[in-house]
Ligand binder design. Structure first.
Ligand code: AMP
Ligand code: ZN
Length: 153
């Protein structure tokens, strides 16, 4: 099935040289990376909804899922699925959510495709999640656990 190409408005649109996630991919900005291969990268969200909240992105710049071909969309979600197993194991969560925002209306603030992997504990069930304030040390500790889990499996 081939959809009609259409642009989604996003005032956060930027060229790859200014894009925050491209800059993380290029190593120009720091990030708590948990996974990387030649095409995908996963790192902790700096303003997480839960401990272990991870973003999985294609390394190639594209703004929304419509900028990716079907094969790459499949690979992105397969990568996110593998990362989710490590995120859940490392955090002791009981479930997780994938969130993938496209366009400003959907609250996409970083205009580079990404899948949020948000681990959720049973006691958080049904609650509105607020952004946590975590220290760099807490983020580093969580990232280390996720990397270790990925290395084991
Ligand atoms: P979205 O609303 O789907 O565009 O989400 C973008 C996410 O990127 C937000 O949850 C931000 O907290 C997160 N974010 C923004 N800048 C960075 C950064 N430099 N490193 C890690 N996460 C970031
Ligand atoms: Zn980018």
């Amino acid at each position: 099935m081939k959809g009609t190409p259409k642009r989604l408005h996003n005032s956060a649109s930027v060229a790859p040289d200014k894009c925050v996630f491209c800059r993380i991919v290029r190593g120009e900005l720091p990030a708590e990376k948990v996974y990387e291969d030649d095409r995908y990268i996963a790192f902790l969200d700096i303003n997480p909804f839960s401990r272990g909240h991870t973003l999985v992105s294609p390394k190639a710049h594209g703004e929304t899922i419509w900028d990716m071909d079907e094969h790459d969309i499949g690979e992105l979600f397969m990568t996110a699925s593998e990362v989710s197993k490590a995120v859940v194991e490392a955090t002791g969560a009981d479930g997780f959510r994938f969130v993938q925002n496209n366009g400003e209306a959907a609250n996409q603030v970083v205009a580079h495709v990404h899948v949020h992997v948000i681990p959720i504990a049973m006691h958080e069930k049904g609650k509105v999640m607020d952004r946590l304030k975590l220290t760099p040390e807490q983020l580093a500790e969580t990232a280390k656990k996720i990397r270790e889990s990925l290395a084991r499996n």
